[in-house]
Design a protein around this ligand. Sequence first.
Ligand code: 6GU
Length: 238
Amino acid sequence: MQIHVITAFPKTFDGFLDESILKRAVSGGAVTITLHHIRDYATDRHQQIDDYPYGGGPGMILKAEPIFRCVEQVCEKYALPERKITLLTPAGQRYDQKKAVELSLRQSMVLLCGHYKGVDQRVIDELVDEEISIGDYVLTGGELAAMVIIDSVARLLPGVLGDIDSAITDSFQTGLLDHPHYTRPENFRGNLVPNVLLRGNHAAISEWRLQQALQITKERRQDLYKQYIEYEKSNPSC
Ligand code: 6GU
């Protein structure tokens, strides 16, 4: 998968791209991540990328021209298999695991990071195909949201986790929150690992994990629990 990120703050991605699973995804060839600095596409003397809002009010607005030039050049230079532009904005559709799976099936993504007070509406009207928000709170920019999306999508790509089961059994992928996990030692300061996990009866272990997941989900997330139960009712074999 090709991922292109259009941003006014490319340096914010440095540590993120240098670490662990994502670095492995890139070096293993599962994904390429290319950062494009909006300022490089500004044409005026001061390389201005933002300006005051028409009509007044606080904050600065990202200008249309540099973003249009950037998107056009990226699409042309990389011959993108899918020309789909995703804007990261608190006004977008709420991101979830289902959307992560959808994105992971694409051959390319172009993530446009909104910033300051917003982006000129003509960018949204003419260039943007979808808008995503990662939750009901306001970030200073779309960069953190882009990283959240890249991380959650990259770990779904074949060969990235090394252990496909690990992604399949994730919370949310199953529709339930995760069951508790234990590792050695068996007795930690008097707190014991549940016996069922030590006996090697895999059917019993699966059943215990399912019951724990159901209980935790019921306690913490009524919304997910109801969805799961409804789904089970209509698909009893799963
Ligand atoms: Cl995608 N951008 C910004 N600026 N704030 C957010 C967001 C995105 N998602 C939640 N809050």
